[in-house]
Write a protein that binds this ligand. Structure first.
Ligand SMILES: Cc1ncc(COP(=O)(O)O)c(C=O)c1O
Length: 400
């Protein structure tokens, strides 16, 4: 390994959401609320960013940009950015899209909020598959659009889509849009081509437009491959794709993501209403990531593979009644601890209060997620080992 993923980097005093924002985000508690452990003692396994440093090739590119000394209004004019991202997409997913379809957004969440507003009339509905990343729900709520959920099927921790249920819901003429997660957070599924095709056919045959949020598509286990949904429907303009270097290279705070909009009408609204500037450092960082980040990512994936192997073994030994599969994608472990906790128990609060671990779980994933915890494994192995030790110790103590 060239890169040292075992390094523990001090994130204090950096306005980090992960370090300083957990009271508000997880517990809706005031910033000064007292918890039983000092902040420094918590093992943080919650929000989906990583404890690893962004690769030097990206930081060096930003330093060069800093040397230009002026940070006036900026947006992507240079076609080199498109070329870099297109090359990334072609070589990794075998997918191409025309330059005119690519726009950028300060994050996928803001893009979802905007797109729901642009696409749905007030009496229309948004479909999501649950458990779900909660911001899919928030995007609908933000525009006061009714949410329709289709629960994924769960066979001993392996999730699949309930096509009959999706079809029944898609047939409602008011269901206008589906926000789809590919690969899926929190289950970690990489949807196979056949699954994508069945899902896509149902939506498109029922005039349901799809936003395919593919933010996790680079973070897959070594040797596996991601398929963009839109790649399977080259003739359709009903699939909007969101991708970003933000999760992949641990630069979510730079707030820069890609949105590929093939539909001319939606693109016109976007161009008319989207506040269309980008952060100059973010453009530089994103381009450097796509041009030079491949080697770092390959090594990161090996480290994550090993973290998952470690977690699987540790949980197998110390928490045998938990249900956990190594996910195909994401750096997030999705663990059913139903054998150890009560239905409806507030799991993030339990682990914060009694184990000094910060994690997400239960109804933070909208529905169909009770008794599940989501563990962020993108951390040095020693941190992971300590987090798992505390989780298992608490649950075993309670089981006695
Ligand atoms: C599925 C999914 N979409 C979007 C985001 C966040 O996107 P952004 O930081 O680009 O707004 C996350 C972050 O966890 C996510 O898991």
């Amino acid at each position: 390994m060239t890169y040292n993923f075992d390094e523990v980097i001090d994130r204090k005093n950096s306005n980090s959401m992960n370090v300083d924002g957990w009271r508000e985000y997880i517990f809706h508690a005031p910033r000064d609320q007292k918890f039983p452990f000092p902040d420094d003692e918590y093992v943080r396994m919650w929000i989906a960013d990583m404890e690893f440093g962004t690769p030097d090739c990206i930081i060096d590119a930003m330093k060069e940009r800093l040397d230009k000394r002026i940070f006036g209004y900026t947006k992507v004019f240079d076609p080199q950015y498109y070329e870099a991202f297109l090359h990334w997409s072609k070589s990794r997913y075998g997918w191409e899209f025309p330059k005119e379809q690519l726009v950028t957004s300060p994050g996928i969440i803001p893009a979802l909020f905007e797109l729901v507003e642009y696409i749905c009339k007030p009496d229309e509905k948004v479909l999501i598959l649950t458990p779900s990343y909660a911001y899919f729900k928030h995007a609908a709520d933000h525009s006061h659009i009714e949410l329709v959920c289709s629960d994924l099927l769960n066979d001993n921790g392996y999730y699949t889509m309930d096509y009959a249920d999706i079809e029944a819901k898609a047939k409602d003429p008011k269901v206008k849009l589906c926000i789809f997660c590919n690969p899926h957070n929190p289950s970690g599924r990489i949807w196979a081509e056949e699954e994508l095709k069945r899902f896509g056919d149902i939506c498109l045959e029922n005039n349901v437009l799809i936003i395919s949020d593919e933010i996790h598509c680079d973070l897959i286990r070594t040797g596996l491959r991601h398929t963009p949904l839109a790649k399977l429907y080259p003739e359709s303009d009903q699939i909007i794709t969101c991708m970003a270097p933000s999760k992949t290279f641990n630069m979510a705070g730079l707030m820069f993501s890609n949105v590929i909009i093939p539909n001319a009408e939606i693109m016109e609204i976007w161009k008319d209403r989207h506040y269309d500037f980008d952060n100059p450092l973010s453009i530089t960082a994103a381009q450097a990531a796509y041009e030079q980040g491949g080697q770092w990512l390959a090594e990161l994936k090996l480290y994550l593979d090993e973290n998952f192997r470690f977690a699987k073994e540790y949980l197998g030994e110390h928490l045998p009644k938990a249900v956990f599969r190594i996910p195909e994608a994401t750096y997030l472990g999705w663990v059913d601890i139903g054998a150890y906790v009560e239905q409806g128990e507030d799991l993030p609060l339990l682990f914060a209060n009694e184990a000094a671990v910060l994690l997400e779980g239960g109804n933070m994933f909208v529905q169909n997620s009770d008794t599940y915890i989501r563990l962020n494994l993108a951390c040095p192995r020693a941190m992971l080992a300590e987090g798992l030790r505390r989780i298992c110790e608490l649950l075993n103590k309670r089981a006695k």
